[in-house]
Write a protein that binds this ligand. Structure first.
Ligand SMILES: [Zn+2]
Length: 79
């Protein structure tokens, strides 16, 4: 079963709210248009980071919906 965070992430990715700005083998930087603003997400080998409140105070083992949305989008782009 999906969590609420995952559901939100799927909707964000599905609605085209994810804009990838940098994508290399190791690092992805993207902007995600969330409910309360646009957030900057970085995925790198050390972890995932998001500028939203949940992202900055996050549980290290739980990505916020913006980070998950970027992960979904990168998987989709990778085909
Ligand atoms: Zn976030």
């Amino acid at each position: 079963m999906r969590t609420r965070t995952e559901e939100k992430a799927v909707i964000l990715a599905g609605e085209g709210k994810v804009r990838i700005s940098t994508r290399t083998e190791d690092v992805t930087v993207a902007e995600v248009e969330g409910e309360h603003g646009t957030y900057r997400v970085t995925l790198d080998p050390e972890g995932s980071w998001c500028s939203c409140q949940h992202g900055t105070h996050r549980n290290p083992h739980a990505d916020c919906s913006h980070v998950l949305a970027v992960r979904i989008e990168t998987v989709r782009l990778a085909g």
